[in-house]
Design a protein around this ligand. Structure first.
Ligand code: CP
Length: 321
């Protein structure tokens, strides 16, 4: 496995201090992290241990919202690189005694954290934490605003299949209005040269002044016509106003992704979903499970490799192996 042992080229001066928004990583930093994710993916694919780049470092995960993929893949990513990884048991922590989130974050930093991974529904709380502590802050999802590591892992997944994001047509379908995944992906995939489209009913679209580069479609067939990738999103009921459950009524019949409906996309089109998915609501189970069409489990795989790359880059500042 000679290629795995080859040291990865360092980036001279990785400039980003935190990852709160996808745009915190400019072009060179984004490309460095995507290349590094591919490098780590080779180790994971081969079942080999990567170099313990983060031995002696401490990563602390602080999740105030439910998570399976993001929390566990950050934990695995840190462990794969040799870091000590702690998960704050939020339900049993001093947050419940009135401590502010910033005080909690400062306490964790004073314990010696080298990176703090935070999921919290309040937008901008990550910025406040980053101003008050000196170690990198990584946004693991903040309400409807951003989920930058999801966008990076989606880009890494797409690159692993197509070689590049540039020139692809990517249709994001469903509850875009409440989706931080759509927000981060629209910004990143457009910057990487894709044509990003939003597809869904008008009540699930963001306000018109947001994401002006993404063309909007209220017809599934028109929106995915010629698409290389069709990305489904779940209904984010937890972020909807009272009565939001009605948003799903008749949705599958009009916008649900099935083997039949994706015939409007390119014959080679792949389906993606950030998870968690609701089978029979936004996507048919048979399509989600079809290994020839679905990249959903590949996204999960690249979640670990990409988060390894993000942790490595922010903690070591792109230093040589
Ligand atoms: N995609 C995603 O953020 O999944 P989790 O909510 O399970 O972390």
């Amino acid at each position: 496995m000679e290629f795995i042992n080859r040291p990865y080229a360092p980036l001279d001066g990785f400039r980003a201090a935190n990852l709160i928004n996808v745009d915190d990583f400019p072009e060179a930093e984004t490309n460095y992290v995507l290349d590094l994710a591919e490098y780590y993916a080779r180790f994971l694919n081969a079942g080999q241990r990567p170099p313990a780049r983060l031995a002696g470092k401490t990563q602390i995960n602080l999740f105030f919202e439910d998570s399976t993929r993001t929390n566990l893949s950050f934990e695995l990513a840190g462990r794969r690189l040799g870091a000590d990884v702690l998960n704050v048991p939020v339900a049993a922590s001093s947050v419940n005694k009135g401590e502010t989130l910033v005080d909690t974050a400062q306490t964790l930093a004073a314990m010696g954290a080298h990176a703090l991974i935070v999921r919290h529904k309040e937008p901008r709380v990550h910025d406040e934490i980053a101003r008050r502590i000196s170690c990198p802050v990584i946004n693991a999802g903040d309400g409807v605003r951003e989920h930058p590591t999801q966008a990076l892992l989606d880009a890494a997944t797409i690159r692993s299949v197509y070689g590049s994001v540039k020139g692809l047509v990517i249709a994001i379908c469903g509850d875009i209005k409440h989706s931080r995944v759509a927000a981060s992906n629209a910004a990143l995939l457009t910057r990487l040269g894709a044509e990003v489209r939003f597809v869904g009913p008008s009540h699930l679209m963001p306000t018109p002044h947001l994401f002006t580069k993404a063309r909007r479609f209220d017809s599934l067939a028109a929106g995915i016509s010629g698409a290389d990738i069709v990305m489904a999103l779940r209904m984010q009921f937890e972020r909807m106003e009272e009565g939001g459950k009605d948003a799903a009524k008749g949705y599958f019949e009009t916008f649900g992704l099935t083997h039949e409906t994706i015939k409007a996309a390119k014959p080679t089109a792949k389906v993606m979903h950030p998870g968690p998915m609701n089978r029979g609501v936004e996507i048919d189970g048979a399509l989600a499970d079809d290994p020839d069409r679905s990249l959903i489990l590949k996204q999960v795989f690249y979640g670990v490799a990409t988060r390894m790359a993000v942790l490595d880059a922010l903690i070591t500042k792109g230093s040589a192996f």
